[in-house]
Structure formats: C-alpha cells, structure tokens
Design a protein around this ligand. Structure first.
Ligand code: FES
Length: 475
C-alpha cells in the first residue's frame, strides 16, 4: 500500500488504515500470488482469490512481482478563481473556497491524497515517522495541491487550516508529540508562514492543543461572528471528534477523541464518500424503505446514520447494535432484508449495497467517543445538558446529516432536539473570515489564552466510560 502511494498509483482511493476493512486496496498478482490471509478471505470472493486478487495492505513485498491495480476514476477539481484562497486540510478531504466571500463562500473539495496511506491520523503519523522520505512525500502530496490551487485560482492571499496533525505534517515540524503520550501541541500557529517557495505567506489560525487544531479555532471564529448565545457547543465530527464548550467570551473548554473514519463513510463494507449514486438518506414509505438513487455505488457516512436510525426506530437493531426480529407488520417486512453473508449478518438495500453488523460496531465506536467527550466537557464545566443554549454541528458529518438521526442513535441527548444547528464547514468559513478581516485575526490571537484543553484519552477512566457508551443510547 505504501509503495503504491509513493509511486502515485491509485490516488483518490479512500482506504481504511490498512487493517483489511475497506477492501479498496485490492491488487491482482499476475503470478505467484501470496497465500491469502484471513482478511483476504473475508473481503474477496473465492473466484477473486483464485484470480490472484489480494488486499494490498496485508502483503509485504519481499521480491519482484507484477501486479495489476484497478483504475480509480479521476475526479476533476477545478479550483475556480478569486483573490483570496482559504484551504481546510481535512484528514479525508481537502476543501477550499475563494473570496472575496461576501458571506459564506462556495466550497469545493477533493480527496486528500494522503488517504493512500490510510484514512485516519495515526496511520499517517506512523507512515511519516517511518523515514525522512516518507515524511517529505506525505508533506509534498498536500503542499503540491495548494500550489496547484493558487496557480489555478490566481489568488494572491492564502490561509490554511486543518487539524494539528495535518498542519504539523504540512510544516514538517516534529510529530512525536502527536504519535505518543504524553501528547503535546506540535506548533502554536496564529501566524503567517511560507509553506512552499512557490506560495505567498499563508496565515494559519492557532492550534489549541495536540488534537484541537487550527480548524477548531477557525470554526470558533466563524461562530463568534454570528453572535451566538452562551453557553454553546461546537462539535466537529470527523475522523477525530473535536469539541468546544464556550461558557462566555472568556472561557472555552475543549477536548477531542479519536472516532475512526466510519462517520465519513470510510472503512465500512460499502462505505463511500458522498457523490452520485451514493446513498445519503433513506425514508419510510407505505411499501417499506425508499431512496432516490439506484443502482447504489456505496453508502456515505450520512447514509449509514440515516439507515441505522431508521432501523433503530423500527426496532430492527437493538441497543447493542445487533440485528433483531420485529413483529409489527411493516418492520417485519423490512426485516426480510437481514441475511447472512460472508462478512457476517447484513441488512441488504440492493445487491452489493448493505449494512453489516461489523459496520454498526464501527459506528458505535464513533458514538461512544462523542458521548464520553461531551459528557466530560459539560460535567467538567459544572453544567447540566439542558443549560447548553445551542449546539453547532460541524465537520464531515455536520454538512448534510439529519441531527434527529444522531439523537436517535444516542450521539446527543434528547433535550438538544431543537437546539442543534447543522453548521457545515465552520473551519473553512472561519479561515476565510480570518483572511479577510483583521479583527477576526486579533480575536484568534487571544483565543489560546482563553482555552482550557482536557486530554480525555489520557484519563484512566476513559476505557470503562467508552465501553459503557458503546450502545445506541445517550449515556
Ligand atoms: S483493506 Fe487494505 S487499506 Fe483497507
């Protein structure tokens, strides 16, 4: 998998962390295919195994071999034109907008090319720390995109945000404090730096903690510009969950939790990023489940949330995430879609498009992380859940998700039903504001001094709390 990444082959593939989950790293050995491993047998059919297909992430190259790599449809990403360019480097996607924005600028996106070494932060860090070449290759894979965007857009000013790991890789600063405990912030941010000799100075908002990055400080800048009611919560749900509770203009509490890429539709049996023929919502009609795209090419994170919430409402998934029978006529009819598969029990939407119980477990892990983090934050500030005035949902899942689905699945308490604003990419909007307005940058300069970060993952009770929250209910 790493060799293919270094050779620039298969860019744009949304790989899991090389743990045999997504099956998207499959390659065909033209001869002498290695002995299939357990993950090969789970993800590939007997015919594919016989034809020499294997998971690229599961076999180390020890001698010369000829392989075939499936082509990846290349997606065009025209940059657009504008005077100012704001870029958000997400773990799975790079997004950008061009200004002058006059409000909220149109966002454009592409798959982060670093996905070629895995979908979550730890796989990037492991790879970057493996050699100097690897670190430089990873950095260039993103800096070259920014150079291209600047060239195409003809912009003259630039601002970049991202989580702490993405920024540290881009700046080539030490990654050790992100890879091992005790964790530390790799760089303080809140200044302009040169990312590449071909680029103008780029403003990067402050990094607030090891896993509370420039995307969060920029997101807060955007929300503050909307004159929010306090106390409010910013929940940025992506591969990493980052949360800030703002008590007033001087007191901000933050924490983060690794969530895995499931809610971005990555690392799941039929997971895919949002797009044409990718399921993003199901509804219930008199004849059963309905959706408006077919044949399905995959299921997005939002789509999984929609299906799981509906199955949970129908009683077809229990609180622990297992399929179960239902007696009510409509639910019983829908339950006929539950069947056995070589990947375990699945709920089939269409041939080749299904939700497996193992996908549900990945979703439960994300839910547990959010639940534990939010509880810790709210209790730590001495508040009750009902005292939170508003919840802003940002990040990968914060763009199109129906917040009611997340309440059904226990990501948030019922009392927030009318308090959630699906705010979209607040990071990019805030970065654009910082680029265009001096007073926003001045506010960002003061933010680190007002922020207290709780290193949740280092708490001794995190494990037990996480396990207890592995249920589809707010705990
Ligand atoms: S199965 Fe190999 S990268 Fe996901």
């Amino acid at each position: 998998m790493h060799l293919l990444f270094e050779a620039g082959v298969g860019r744009g593939r949304e790989l899991c962390a090389g743990v045999g989950l997504c099956g998207k790293c499959r390659i065909r050995f033209r001869s002498e295919a290695p002995h299939p491993c357990v993950e090969d047998r789970t993800r590939l059919t007997l015919k594919q195994l016989e034809d020499g297909w294997r998971l690229g992430c599961k076999h180390e190259v020890t001698k010369s071999c000829a392989i075939e790599v499936p082509a990846v449809a290349s997606t065009a990403w025209p940059a657009g034109t504008g005077k100012v360019l704001a870029v958000d480097i997400g773990t799975t996607r790079i997004k950008w907008a061009l200004g002058p924005s006059q409000g909220r600028a149109r966002e454009m996106a592409m798959v982060n090319p670093q996905m070629g070494v895995g979908s979550e932060i730890m796989s990037r860090l492991r790879y970057a720390l493996s050699s100097e070449f690897a670190r430089d290759h990873l950095r260039r894979s993103v800096s070259s995109v920014i150079v291209d965007l600047m060239r195409q857009s003809k912009a003259s000013s630039l601002a970049v945000c991202g989580n702490s790991a993405m920024i540290a890789i881009l700046l080539d600063v030490s990654l050790k404090g992100l890879a091992h405990a005790p964790y530390s912030t790799p760089w303080k941010g809140g200044m302009s730096v040169r990312l590449d000799p071909q680029l103008p100075l780029a403003y990067i908002p402050p990094l607030l903690g090891p896993f509370i990055g420039a995307d969060i400080s920029a997101g807060l800048a955007y929300i503050e510009a909307q004159q929010p009611e306090y106390p409010y919560l910013l929940a940025d749900l992506g591969t990493n969950g980052e949360f800030v509770l703002a008590l007033d203009q001087d007191r901000y509490y933050a924490c983060s939790v690794p969530m895995g890429p499931a809610i971005e539709g990555v690392g799941l049996c039929c997971g895919a990023m949002a797009g044409e023929f990718v399921l993003d919502r199901v509804s219930l009609g008199p004849a059963g489940l309905q959706w408006d795209k077919s044949p399905l090419a995959g299921i997005s994170g939002t789509g999984y949330a929609s299906v799981l919430a509906l199955l949970r409402r129908l009683g077809l998934i229990d609180e622990d995430g297992h399929f179960q029978a239902a007696s009510m006529p409509l639910a019983h009819k829908i339950s006929q879609r539950i069947r056995d598969h070589r990947l375990g029990r699945i709920f089939e939407l269409e041939p080749g498009a299904f939700v497996a119980e193992r996908d549900i477990e990945e979703f439960l892990k994300a839910k547990a992380g959010v639940n534990v983090a939010l509880r810790a934050l709210i209790q730590g500030a001495g508040l009750a859940e009902g005292e939170v005035a508003r919840v802003y949902l940002a990040g990968a899942l914060g763009e199109h998700v129906d917040s009611k689905d997340l309440i059904t699945l226990g990501f948030f308490p019922e009392i927030w039903r009318e308090k959630i604003t699906v705010a979209g990419n607040t990071a990019l909007a805030g970065t654009m504001l910082a680029l265009e307005q001096d007073d926003v940058r001045a506010w960002l300069d003061l933010l680190p001094g007002r922020m207290i970060v709780d290193s949740l993952a280092e708490r001794t009770d995190f494990g037990p709390l996480f396990m207890r929250a592995m249920r589809f209910a707010w705990i």
